[in-house]
Design a protein around this ligand. Structure first.
Ligand SMILES: *Cc1c(COP(=O)(O)O)cnc(C)c1O
Length: 800
C-alpha cells in the first residue's frame, strides 16, 4: 500500500471510508490522521508478528527495559521515516490536498514522562529496534501524562493532559495477557513437604491490562514492543463499595507523578512501582517459560534493566517469583536475580534518592517486604564480615534503616551492573555518593554516557540540515552516526557554510512564526536565539539566566549600545506542581519578559519569550532554531543532560558549566568550540563539604549583582506585590545553595564572548559545523550498543 503514490492514495481512501463510513470530502483531519495511523500499523503487523516469532522461538537473549516513564512524543512522522515511506505518503497526501506537516499536528504527544529520564527510555527504544536488538520497553499507560501547562498572569497553571481523548492509534489492547497484581492483605506461612510456603491472603487485586505499541526500527524488519500497563478492577468484591474500588484501582494508572524529587501521594506512587514491576515480570517469566529452558539458565535468556530506582522492586519481586512460584531456594534465586538485573543511576541529588517509610511499605506489599528484610539481613552480614566492627558502614549501606526501605541500596545489592550516565557523574558516584558500595562491589560500577536518537532529533526534526548533510557525505550517517565526523572536511568550505547559515535562518524563521502565533511576541530572526529548555529546577539554574537578562537590561538602559548583538532569550520549562520556588522562577521569567519586551529602549535589542507547555513536539521545533544552548547547571548536579546533545547535533553552541555530558562535549569539540564558565564540580563539592562560600559578599562587592538582586524586591516589577521575596531569600538569606551569585561574573563574561564571536559569522559557522560533526558520539545507537555489549549481553536477532 506504500509502494507507489497511486497505490497509497487508493488504499488511503478505501481505508478512510471503511473506518469512518464517510467520504474523503466529508472527513475531518482527525479521521485522516487515524486512517494513516491504522494503515501504518497494518503495514508493520507482518514484521511485528515475525519479530515476535523470531524472539519466541529463538535462543537469543532478550532485554527488557523497565521504566516508570517513556516520553515518546508523537510517532507518526518518526514511523514514516523509519519505514522509509515518508516521501510516498507526503506526495500522496498532497495530491489529495492534505499537508503531512499539518496532519502531523493532529497527533497528541504521548507525554508519559517528566523530562530527560523518560526521553532517554524513548530514545533507547528507537536505537534498540534500529540496531535489530531484541529489546522491549515496559511502562505504565498513564491516562493523563504529564500535566498540560498554561501560563496565567505569569504563573504556571496545570491542566490534566488529555492525550487519550481520541484513543492512541498505535496501541493494541491485549486483554488475554492481563495479569492480577495483589496489594495489602496478610502472608500465611506454612511448612509443606519440608519447605516453607507463603500464601498471600485477603489481598486486594488490581488487574494489569497490557497495551502494546510497535517500535519500528530504521529501515529494518525489526519491530519490537513497548508494553504499557493499564490498571483496571480485577473482580468486584461483593462487600466493598464498588465505585470506590473502581476509582481506587484506576487511579494507579491515572497520573504520572510530576516529579522525581518531591513525591506526593506516596502510597499511590509505590503502588504504581509495584504494579509496573509485578505485571512486567509475570509477562517476562511467562514468555521465558515458553522456551522450555531450565529456570536455572534464566539469566542467559533474559536481561532486565531498571531505569533509576523506581522499578527497583524488581529485585525482591524476581526473588519472590523464583522462590514462591517456582520453588527455588534462596541462594539459587539470588544468583539468578543478580545476574539478570542491571540498574542505571540518574542523580546524585540526595533529596531525589527514593526511600519508603516501613509503615507504608510493609502493609501494602507484605511478602515483598519480608524478602527485602532477608536481603538486608544477609547483605549487612556480608558487610560486617568484610569490615568487622564497622557499625557506621553497615548503617550507611543498609537496605533498611531508620524505619525506611532505601531503593538505591536495594537496586545496587540486587544488580550485577550499576551505571552512571556520563563520565563525570559515574566518577562522582564511585568516589563520593556511592563510594561505600563502590568499595564493596568495584566490578559492578561502570559508565554509559547518555545519547539521543539522531533519527528523531536531527533526521526528523531538522530536514533542512539532514538534507544538507546527506548531500555532502551521503546517507550512511543515518545508520552510522559517527560518520557525521566526515563533515569536518567542510570546515573551510564557504559555500557549505553559507548553506548551513541559510538552514539555521529558515529554522529560526519557523520558530519565530510559532512564537508570534503562540505569544504575540515578534522576534528578530537576525538576533542570537539563546535557548534554555528543560524541567525547571533550582540546580538547572534558570534563575542565573534570568538574573543575567535583568543585568543586560540594566546595561542597555544605561548605554543603548551595550549589547554587541541583539538577543532573543527563549525559555521552556515545566515546574513540578508542588515546587514553590520553581514556580516563582517561571513567574520571574515572565515578569522580566513583560518589562523587557515592552520597553521601547530595549525591545529591539532584547527579547524574552517563555513558551508554555514544553514537550517533545515543541522541542523538535526549538532545537533546530537555536544558536546558543544554555547548559548552566551547578557543576556536579546534572548527571548527564541530553538536551545539550540535541542542541549540539543541530549546530547550536553550548554555553555551559563543566557538568554532566558537557564535559564530554568539550572533549569532542575542543574548548575553542564551546563557551565554558563557572565553578568546577570539584570546587562545588569542596564548598559544600567545607564551607567557605558567602553569597552576601558577592552581593556587596559586585554592583551588578546588587542591582539585580535588589530589583527582585524594590518595586522594579510594577505589577507585582512581593512576588520574589522568596527568590531574594534563597540567594541571600539561605546562602545561595546553587552558587548562582558565585558564578554570575563568569557567566556574564561568557555571554560577552558569545556576542563577540557572533559578529564573525564565518567563525561562528565553523564552530557550529564542528559541533554537528562531533555529535555522532552522542547518538543513542552508540549508548545502546555499549549497554548491549557490556551489560545486557544481547545480540542482533537477525544475524545468525
Ligand atoms: C531532551 C528533553 C529533556 C531533557 O532535557 P535536559 O536539558 O537534558 O534536562 C526534557 N524534556 C524534553 C521534552 C526533552 O525532549
Amino acid at each position: 500500500m506504500f509502494s507507489s503514490v497511486p497505490k497509497f492514495k487508493t488504499a488511503f481512501l478505501k481505508k478512510l471510508e471503511m473506518m469512518f463510513g464517510t467520504s474523503f470530502e466529508e472527513s475531518t483531519s482527525q479521521e485522516q490522521f487515524q486512517t494513516l495511523g491504522h494503515m501504518i500499523r497494518e503495514y508493520v503487523s507482518a514484521d511485528w508478528i515475525q519479530t515476535n516469532e523470531l524472539y519466541r522461538a529463538g535462543a537469543k537473549k532478550q532485554v527488557y527495559y523497565l521504566s516508570i516513564e517513556f516520553l515518546l512524543g508523537r510517532l507518526l512522522r518518526h514511523n514514516l521515516l523509519n519505514l522509509g515511506v515518508e516521501e510516498v505518503v507526503c506526495k500522496g497526501l498532497r495530491e489529495l490536498g492534505i499537508e503531512l506537516d499539518q496532519l502531523e499536528e493532529i497527533e497528541a504527544d504521548a507525554g508519559l514522562g517528566n523530562g530527560g529520564l523518560g526521553r532517554l527510555a524513548a530514545c533507547f527504544l528507537d536505537s534498540l529496534a534500529s540496531l535489530d536488538l531484541p529489546g522491549h520497553g515496559l511502562g505504565i499507560r498513564y491516562k493523563h501524562g504529564l500535566f498540560e501547562q498554561k501560563i496565567v498572569d505569569g504563573y504556571q497553571v496545570e491542566l490534566p493532559e488529555q492525550w487519550l481523548r481520541h484513543g492512541h492509534v498505535w496501541e493494541v489492547r491485549k486483554t488475554d495477557d492481563a495479569v492480577e497484581i495483589p496489594f495489602w492483605g496478610e502472608i500465611e506461612t506454612r511448612m509443606e513437604n519440608g519447605r516453607l510456603v507463603f500464601r498471600h491472603l485477603n489481598a486486594e487485586p488490581i488487574m494489569a491490562i497490557p497495551y502494546d505499541l510497535p517500535v519500528i526500527g530504521y529501515h529494518t524488519q525489526t519491530v519490537n514492543t513497548l508494553r504499557l500497563w493499564n490498571a483496571e478492577p480485577a473482580r468486584f468484591p461483593a462487600h466493598a463499595d464498588i465505585f470506590k474500588y473502581k476509582k481506587e484501582t484506576e487511579s494507579v494508572s491515572e497520573f504520572l507523578y510530576p516529579d522525581d524529587t518531591h513525591d506526593e501521594g506516596k502510597i499511590l506512587r509505590l503502588k504504581q512501582q509495584y504494579f509496573l514491576v509485578a505485571a512486567s515480570l509475570k509477562a517476562i517469566v511467562k514468555s521465558f517459560k515458553k522456551k522450555n529452558k531450565s529456570l536455572l539458565a534464566f539469566q542467559d535468556y533474559v536481561s532486565i534493566h531498571i531505569n533509576d530506582t523506581h522499578p527497583a522492586i524488581a529485585v525482591p519481586e524476581l526473588m519472590r517469583i523464583l522462590m514462591d512460584d517456582e520453588g527455588l531456594g534462596w541462594d539459587e534465586a539470588w544468583r539468578i536475580t543478580v545476574q539478570t538485573l542491571s540498574y542505571t543511576n540518574h542523580t546524585t541529588l540526595a533529596e531525589a534518592l527514593e526511600r519508603w517509610p516501613l509503615r507504608i511499605f510493609q502493609p501494602l506489599l507484605p511478602r515483598i517486604f519480608m524478602i527485602i528484610e532477608e536481603i538486608n539481613e544477609r547483605f549487612c552480614k556480608e558487610v560486617w564480615k568484610q569490615y568487622p566492627g564497622d557499625w557506621d558502614r553497615v548503617e550507611r549501606m543498609a537496605v533498611i534503616a531508620h524505619g525506611e526501605v532505601r531503593m538505591a541500596p536495594l537496586a545496587i545489592v540486587g544488580s550485577h551492573s550499576i551505571n552512571g550516565v556520563a563520565k563525570l557523574h559515574t566518577e562522582i558516584l564511585k568516589n563520593r555518593e556511592m563510594n561505600l558500595f563502590y568499595q564493596f562491589y568495584p566490578e559492578r560500577f561502570n559508565n554509559k554516557t547518555n545519547g539521543i536518537t539522531h533519527r528523531r532529533w536531527l533526521l526528523k526534526a531538522n530536514p533542512g540540515l539532514s538534507g544538507l548533510i546527506t548531500d555532502a557525505i551521503g546517507p550512511d550517517w543515518i545508520g552510522e552516526p559517527h560518520k557525521l565526523a566526515e563533515l569536518m572536511r567542510y570546515n573551510t568550505d564557504s559555500v557549505f557554510l553559507g548553506k548551513l547559515h541559510e538552514i539555521k535562518q529558515r529554522n529560526k524563521e519557523r520558530l519565530a512564526k510559532t512564537i508570534l502565533d503562540k505569544t504575540g511576541i515578534e522576534i528578530d530572526t537576525e538576533s542570537i536565539f539563546d535557548v534554555q529548555v528543560k524541567r525547571l529546577h533550582a540546580y538547572k539554574r534558570q534563575l542565573l539566566n534570568v538574573l543575567h537578562i535583568m543585568h543586560l537590561y540594566n546595561e542597555l538602559k544605561k548605554d543603548p549600545d551595550a549589547l554587541l548583538s541583539p538577543r532573543t532569550f527563549i525559555f521552556g520549562a515545566k515546574a513540578s506542581p508542588g515546587y514553590y520556588f520553581a514556580k516563582k522562577v517561571i513567574k520571574l521569567i515572565n515578569s522580566v519578559a513583560d518589562k523587557v519586551n515592552k520597553d521601547p529602549a530595549t525591545k529591539d535589542k532584547l527579547k524574552v519569550v517563555f513558551l508554555e507547555n514544553y514537550r517533545v513536539s515543541l522541542a523538535e521545533e526549538i532545537f533546530p532554531a537555536a544558536d546558543i544552548s544554555e547548559q548552566i547547571s551547578t557543576a556536579s548536579k546534572e548527571a548527564s543532560g541530553t538536551g545539550n546533545m540535541k542542541f549540539m547535533m543541530n549546530g547550536a553552541l553550548t554555553l555551559g558549566t563543566l557538568d554532566g555530558a558537557n564535559v564530554e562535549i568539550t572533549e569532542r569539540v575542543g574548548r575553542e568550540n564551546i563557551f565554558l564558565f563557572g565553578l568546577s564540580a570539584e570546587e562545588v563539592l569542596d564548598y559544600q563539604n567545607n564551607g567557605g562560600y558567602h553569597s552576601l559578599e558577592y552581593y556587596h562587592h559586585d554592583a551588578r549583582i546588587r542591582e539585580i538582586v535588589d530589583q527582585l524586591v524594590n518595586g522594579f516589577f510594577p505589577d507585582t506585590d512581593n512576588h520574589f521575596n522568596e527568590v531574594y531569600d534563597t540567594l541571600l538569606g539561605h546562602n545561595d545553595q546553587y552558587f548562582v551569585l558565585k558564578d554570575f561574573a563568569s557567566y556574564a563574561e561568557a555571554h560577552l564572548e558569545v556576542s563577540r564571536k557572533y559578529l564573525d559569522r564565518g567563525k561562528w559557522l565553523r564552530m557550529s559545523l564542528v559541533n554537528i560533526a562531533q555529535s555522532g558520539y552522542f547518538s543513542s545507537d552508540r549508548t545502546v550498543r555499549e549497554y548491549a555489549d557490556d551489560i545486557w549481553k544481547v545480540h542482533s536477532a537477525l544475524k545468525v
